[in-house]
Design a protein around this ligand. Structure first.
Ligand code: ATP
Ligand code: MG
Length: 438
């Protein structure tokens, strides 16, 4: 099939803008070919674009032969441009259709397609991710990524209104921030470097310069997870704030989560309907359970976790069923939180760390950070890390103010907003233990 150029042809309307008001007007629409049908007297096909769909109808008696032949050649998902006249009719889905005078095949799709983007033939997630370019054309995929977009937009707005500066920190780094085992090495000239696990140390330094910073960027975790909520590359929304403690940044997080849910409900009604999901906007203040409260609740429900251990997935599931919605778990044992988390002044075996949970899903972790140089070195040693590897960072932390912050997983937040059960649905091109392409 011949590929035709777009040349001087430009779209005059999106499909959604084709309404009976435009009756008899000439328009140009561009989009993807859906079903092509031949019903005796007429041939027609559905053209969809980012806004929706419009029917292109060619009555055989009134349409040029060559044009009719071209419609026969059309394959689903091909890119086309259609010039034609708007006609009001009861037969078409939206009471209006286009009678084509010209059809240009901008890029034909070869058949058979590896996937049916209309979703009539169900494909498993792996097949869908292999053909993600087609999979993302499904209305459900578009809905998820529009919701993700609006949530992120709301979050950026919220942080900017609260005087945060958006920053970008290096993703090629020399040392770990979380733990040595979970790093992807990269070759960096004559040295070994790593992909950044988190902007943690940089954003802490920046509190001494810009006071309130946030970053939206990739984090890389080399853990061999095989779960519906872990990827090896994720997107993290990170904030760090000078002259505050954990409680203050929990308030910010609470406000921001409420805003994200509310904005998505307001701006993405159509998308939520496509997904059949009705999220409830969490109510402030979110419940704040201590780690001890969580263990007690779990024990009462028959799940015993020894004090000092992290909550394993089955315990998180149980707790999510007991507490519901969004809630914080605070006062974690210092031993299971990273070295940069501040121990509690009155009880150093506990820390000023918190997790934000949404049902069984951890959405964010944060806390008050250590700003005292000596304590930082001591904590590094306690965690079995070599302070020499952090020398330049410690040097850059000179007299940083007391500060606190958090990291919120955008992919997981999108799961919560869209009601999806696998984080891979919420990431365009996910990276996991087995998947490095497309
Ligand atoms: P988990 O306990 O669920 O493995 P974590 O405690 O290791 O997560 P943090 O280091 O606290 O993760 O990162 C902050 C946030 O970033 C997490 O709450 C989560 O939303 C997100 N995140 C972290 N690791 C991943 C990952 N591998 N895949 C997707 N999101 C992640
Ligand atoms: Mg965490």
């Amino acid at each position: 099939m011949k590929l035709e150029g777009i040349r001087n042809l430009r779209r005059t309307h999106l499909s959604i803008q084709i309404t009976p008001k435009l009756s008899e007007k000439e328009v140009v629409v561009m989009g993807r070919v859906g079903d092509v049908r031949d019903l005796g007297g007429i041939k027609f096909f559905i053209l969809s674009d980012i806004s929706g769909a419009i029917q292109i109808t060619a009555p055989k008696a009134k349409t040029d032969k060559k044009l009719l032949m071209k419609i026969d050649e059309l394959t689903r998902e091909s890119s086309v441009a259609v010039k034609g006249k708007v006609v009001v009719t009861k037969q078409a889905p939206r009471g209006v259709e286009i009678l084509p005078s010209e059809i240009r095949i901008l890029n034909p799709a070869s058949t058979p397609l590896p996937l049916d983007p209309q979703g009539r033939v169900k494909a498993n997630l792996d097949t869908r991710l292999d053909a993600r370019g087609l999979d993302l054309r499904r209305p459900e995929s578009l809905a998820i990524f529009k919701i993700r977009h609006h949530a992120l937009q709301a979050i950026r707005d919220y942080l900017v209104k609260h005087d945060f500066i958006e920053v970008q920190t290096p993703k090629i780094v020399a040392t770990a921030t979380e733990s040595g085992a979970a790093l992807f090495p990269v070759s960096y000239f004559e040295r070994e470097a790593f992909l950044s696990q988190s902007p943690q140390l940089y954003k802490e330094v920046l509190t001494g310069c810009f006071e309130r910073v946030f970053e939206v960027g990739p984090i890389f975790r080399a853990e061999e997870h095989d779960t519906p909520r872990h990827l090896n590359e994720a997107t993290s929304i990170d904030i760090e704030v000078a002259y505050v403690t954990a409680d203050d940044v929990m308030d910010i997080l609470e406000g921001l989560i409420v805003r994200a849910f509310a904005e998505v409900k307001k701006k993405c009604e159509k998308e939520l309907e496509v997904l059949g999901h009705k999220p409830e906007v969490p109510r402030k203040p979110f419940p704040r359970l201590t780690y001890d409260d969580a263990l007690n609740k779990l024990e009462q429900a028959g799940v015993k976790i020894p004090w000092g251990e992290d909550l394993p997935t089955p315990a998180e599931k149980k707790l999510g069923g007991l507490v519901k919605g969004a809630y914080f778990v605070v006062d974690w044992p210092s031993a299971i939180k990273p070295f940069y988390i501040h121990p509690k002044k009155d009880d150093p075996k506990l820390s000023e760390a918190f997790d934000l949970m949404f049902e069984e899903l951890e959405l964010a972790s944060g806390g008050t950070r250590i700003h005292e140089g000596e304590l930082l070195v001591q904590r590094l040693k306690q965690k079995g890390l070599n302070p020499d590897n952090f020398e330049l960072h410690i040097k850059n932390m000179v007299a940083v103010p007391p500060h606190a912050g958090w990291g919120l997983g955008l992919d997981r937040l999108t799961m919560a907003l869209t009601g999806t059960e696998n984080v891979r649905e919420c990431v365009l091109f996910p990276r996991d233990r087995k998947r490095l392409t497309p």
